[in-house]
Design a protein around this ligand. Structure first.
Ligand code: ADP
Length: 583
């Protein structure tokens, strides 16, 4: 009776201890800390003298000591460990706990030569298992006394080992996901940098150079190359080859090289449409003719089809691993996008240049005959070709009006062309705005009077000179006043106001005309935009004036703004820097 009570009491105490140490586990996910806790708990639970814990190394797969108590490094590294290892290996192999009260007499171990010498007596060992997988084992012993551990002690150890294994596994998984996440974050931020660089560059060779540099730097390769597939059509036949555009390495050269399509590496990559890693590459096999220890060839794909190739080479034993390959593949995807952009940009650039040249040519070719038409019309008008009937005079006026329309279109197109191509010249100088305003308003007075519009001019005396090209400023002002004149009904009012501010002079052209709807306002200043409004369409125009005005104002370091309300009128204001003020 007393015996069973005692046993029950002891059992309870053990369970309490087990509960106590187990509840401490799992509070941390730090692997080192978990291992230490496990080790302390085991020594405490078993009342052992010494102990250690071994885990299979995740990389090498070898059993390694990860925590120990009261064992010095010499012991861990020394021959004395042989017996302990034998016990551990046995526990792992059988998947069960091992208890021996006198190892030297235990037939399972006494055959070991070292047992005798090292006086190992009481030993307990339990495998660390989680979900059927063995992580390693824990081991405790007592050298001096035999019969220290009982079967209950072993049961307790095994029970605890199960809990410990779970905590170790959790901590390991946590480290793994943590590391994987850190790697992913690092890679993402790296690719963000690469993308930034690639997207900033619209020059094809620069894009290729950047991609290759990153690939070499991040795989530690000795050198490499990047090339694009090109097709040459010669009469009937179509020939494809790889044009190596940039390469780095021992044999650095800047001249482009041509690799035939039947080159073994190119053939392999194109056939597989996947990366190819070749070991021991001969000069013939090497894409740039230099033999290499390892060569990685990664296709650059657009819409799934290879359009180019990145190759990387190393001469040393250094390996290009799976992660490197995956990295270069992702880099190649980004390079593909940047290459596409650079090519598009080149095409647009070329198309723009062609358009600009075409417009120049047409403008020039039209000007010559128009000058001739104008000359003869003037001659006829002056009566040099004989007296004119009223009808003939009227016809000549129509011809002249249409000539004026044509030449204004040619002038506008040439201006746009010159601004777009950066060929518009500005003759910057300090000048008085008053003179320019007088000239412009003088030349438009007739048109304003023709519509019975009132012109109000508010230009204060003693203005500081402005710094710009007077001819271009006149053109801007003329354009705005001409619009006010066109888009204000007969009898309306046009106000031209000049106000001097601290650093610039503001010129405002205001009318109480037809105004501009909110919808149209959004498109103002774009080339060829004209409102659909009947009142606008009645007036002659090409929709080029405002876009030229804005570009000219901005090119002279000014700004243009407007306010308008449909049916009420419009106000356009532009600024010109004052003389002696830094732009
Ligand atoms: P255009 O006068 O040759 O049509 P602009 O580029 O000068 O070309 O003007 C573009 C369009 O902006 C005009 O067609 C008209 O719809 C609108 N617009 C410009 N100025 C005014 C204004 N003062 N009042 C009302 N609408 C205007």
């Amino acid at each position: 009776m007393i015996m069973t009570e005692q046993i029950a009491e002891r059992e309870q105490a053990r369970l309490a201890a087990l509960y106590e140490v187990s509840s401490q586990l799992g509070k941390t996910l730090d692997l080192g800390e978990v291992l230490n806790q496990v080790m302390d708990a085991i020594i405490q639970l078993a009342g052992a003298e010494r102990g250690f814990l071994m885990l299979y190394d995740e990389v090498s797969g070898k059993l390694t000591t990860r925590a120990a108590r009261n064992l010095d490094q010499n012991t861990i590294d020394g021959d004395a460990m042989n017996i302990s290892r034998t016990v551990i290996e046995r526990a792992i192999a059988t998947g069960e706990g091992i208890l021996t009260s006198n190892a030297q007499e235990d037939e399972r171990f006494s055959a070991q030569t070292s047992v005798v010498g090292y006086q190992l007596r009481s030993i307990m060992c339990s495998p660390l298992k989680v979900r059927g997988r063995t992580l390693g084992a824990v081991y405790v012993d007592n050298r001096l006394f035999s019969g220290v551990f009982s079967q209950e002690d072993l049961d307790l150890l095994v029970a605890f080992a199960n809990q410990a294994a779970m905590a170790i596994e959790n901590a390991r998984l946590f480290v793994q996901t943590d590391q994987a996440l850190a790697r992913r974050v690092e890679e993402l931020s790296l690719f963000q940098r690469i993308d930034q660089q690639l997207n900033k560059s619209l020059e094809l060779n620069r894009v290729l150079g950047l991609s290759l540099n990153w690939a070499i730097a991040l795989t530690n390769a000795d050198g490499g190359s990047i090339g694009l597939i090109e097709t040459v059509k010669e009469s009937e036949t179509e020939e494809k080859y790889l044009r190596l555009l940039v390469y780095r390495g021992s044999d650095q050269s800047n001249e482009a090289r041509v690799v035939p399509f039947d080159h073994p590496v190119l053939r392999d990559v194109l056939a597989a449409n996947e990366s190819v890693l070749t070991v021991g590459v001969s000069a013939e096999e090497s894409i740039d003719g230099t033999p290499a220890n390892v060569q990685l060839a990664v296709p650059i794909r657009q819409d799934g089809r290879p359009i180019g190739l990145i190759t990387l080479e190393t001469q040393h034993a250094h390996e290009i691993d799976r992660e490197d390959v995956a990295f270069v593949e992702r880099l190649a995807d980004r390079a593909a996008v940047a290459i596409k952009n650079a090519r598009l940009y080149e095409e647009i650039h070329a198309a723009n240049k062609a358009k600009s040249e075409f417009v120049s040519l047409v403008a020039h070719e039209l000007r010559v005959p128009m000058t001739s038409i104008k000359g003869y019309t003037d001659l006829m008008n002056s009566g040099m070709a004989g007296p004119l009937s009223d009808m003939q005079k009227e016809f000549l006026t129509v011809i002249q009006r249409n000539l004026e329309r044509m030449s204004s279109l040619i002038r506008d197109l040439s201006d746009i062309n010159r601004i777009a191509s950066g060929r518009m010249k500005f003759d910057f100088q300090d000048f008085a705005l008053q003179t320019i305003a007088d000239d412009v308003l003088g030349s438009l007075r007739e048109r304003i009077e023709a519509r019975n519009q009132t012109l109000v001019v508010e230009i204060p005396e003693g203005l500081t000179a402005v710094h710009a090209d007077p001819t271009r400023i006149a053109q801007v002002l003329a354009n705005l006043v001409s619009n006010a004149n066109k888009y204000t009904p007969d009898g309306g009012q046009i106000t031209v106001r000049v106000e001097q501010r601290e650093r610039f002079t503001a010129v405002t052209v205001q009318d109480n005309g037809i105004g501009i709807s909110a919808e149209d306002q959004a498109q103002l200043f774009t080339q060829f935009f004209r409102s659909e409004d009947q009142l606008v369409r009645e007036q002659q125009g090409w929709g080029l004036g405002l876009s030229i005005v804005r570009k000219m104002v901005e090119a002279q370091n000014g700004e243009i703004s407007f306010a308008s309300e449909l049916g009420k009128g419009s106000t356009f204001t532009f600024t010109i820097p004052l003389a002696n003020i830094e732009a």
